[in-house]
Unconditional design. Structure first.
Length: 140
């Protein structure tokens, strides 16, 4: 048994050619497995400018992802409210920004706990219902 210099795996060598092939197979198989599902990068996908989805909250909005997700749901609710008030059927997120969501936190805060100031699941349900109402109003 000899240790393959490339992969670090133990390989039984009967001939130098077989050893080279064994090292090559041992080295390439794990890489092929990693890329077979289409995984290329850990980078976040670019957002499409054409889709009218709530934007991802910026990281500097808050250090906790749970709270950033809450702000995103608040932004969705506020955007729909502004769109309905303005009778606007375009992309409702053109009417609001993150500052609006931060300023509206008192309306949506359900707890004094700084790590859980609101119920994100309830906010998501409320935002989904508001967006459904907007879609119905815009189809009439």
């Amino acid at each position: 048994m000899k240790r393959c210099a490339v992969s670090g795996w133990n390989v039984h060598i009967s001939q130098s050619a077989a050893a080279a092939i064994g090292c090559l197979l041992a080295f390439t198989t794990p890489l092929a497995a990693q890329t077979s599902d289409g995984f290329d990068s850990m980078a976040q996908p670019q957002e499409s400018a054409q889709a009218c989805d709530a934007p991802r909250p910026p990281r500097d909005l808050h250090s906790f992802a749970y709270i950033r997700n809450g702000y995103r749901e608040i932004l969705r609710i506020i955007a729909v409210e502004h769109a309905i008030k303005a009778q606007f059927c375009g992309c409702q997120f053109d009417l609001v920004d993150w500052e609006d969501a931060v300023l509206a936190i008192d309306r949506f805060q359900t707890s004094d706990n700084p790590k859980l100031p609101f119920d994100v699941i309830a906010l998501r349900r409320q935002a989904d219902a508001a967006e459904t109402t907007l879609k119905e109003a815009c189809t009439e």
